[in-house]
Design a protein around this ligand. Structure first.
Ligand code: SAM
Length: 237
């Protein structure tokens, strides 16, 4: 802890998306040196910390307690403590809590430092074979309200589109992609960096056929080819 009047630093530390080897040297150094680790799920983060022999006090910070927890963390930062924020997997703030505390920290002139590392969206994009020069990350689609509007708004999006999806909805989402976007090329990346890593590529019709033959399991990223002028005009719109 810093004994001067200056605030401590908030580090946003990326952690692996499955394979524990995918942590950076710097992440290990920062996690070993901060005063406190704020974790989305302290039990999950403990697995990573134990793997790297890191013993640090932890506090939970997840979407349902972030509004109460953030002011407590800001108070500690203002007292000079350094804090590492981690999510269950990948990069904090990417479909994971962080945005709220980043905004609060900025309001209090608290220094914020990113410790970059894995993120499922970038991992899926770079192996997709779809254009990587320009893309949109949409995260999770709305479950009900706004879902149709979202698909319609993306129908003529020319950039590569990335979605996060759960195993329960992956087939439904692919069916909707087919309905709204036509038979575009898609890439479905499952369990990246893990034992059952699998990547299925092709027109959405053939990907659907292949995936419908088995029970969806694990974590999925869907990467969709952007709108290509008249090639995709047959889609519902
Ligand atoms: N912050 C994370 C990141 O940087 O990628 C994302 C967290 S979000 C709550 C979890 C979603 O990310 C999963 O539902 C899945 O869509 C995607 N995801 C995370 N790990 C994955 C993996 N190993 N393989 C494929 N998708 C993954």
């Amino acid at each position: 802890m810093d004994s001067s009047n200056s605030p401590g630093t908030l580090y946003l530390v990326a952690t692996p998306i499955g394979n524990l080897d995918d942590v950076t040297y710097r992440a290990v150094k920062i996690l070993s040196s901060v005063d406190l680790i704020a974790a989305e799920d302290t039990r999950k983060t403990k697995i990573l910390l134990d793997h790297y022999n890191i013993a640090k006090p932890m506090l939970s910070y997840y979407s349902f307690n972030e509004k109460q927890r953030a002011p407590q963390l800001i108070e500690k930062l203002l007292q000079g403590q350094s804090i590492a924020l981690v999510s269950d997997a990948g990069t904090p703030g990417i479909s994971d809590p962080a945005f709220f505390i980043v905004r609060s920290a900025l309001e209090h002139s608290i220094p914020i430092i990113p410790i970059p590392g894995a993120s499922a969206c970038i991992s899926a994009l770079i192996i997709s074979g779809l254009p990587t020069d320009s893309f949109v990350f949409e995260g999770f689609l709305p479950l009900k309200k706004g879902r149709k509007t979202k698909f319609e708004s993306l129908r003529t999006e020319p950039r590569t589109i990335i979605f996060y999806e759960s195993p329960h909805r992956v087939l439904k989402t692919l069916n909707e992609i087919s309905t709204y976007f036509g038979d575009r090329r898609v890439v479905v990346a499952r369990e990246l960096t893990k034992k059952f890593e699998e990547v299925v590529r092709g027109p959405v019709s053939s990907v659907l056929k292949e995936l419908s033959a088995k029970t969806p399991r694990g974590e999925y990223v869907i990467v969709v080819e952007g709108f290509q002028d008249d090639r995709h005009l047959s889609a519902k719109g």
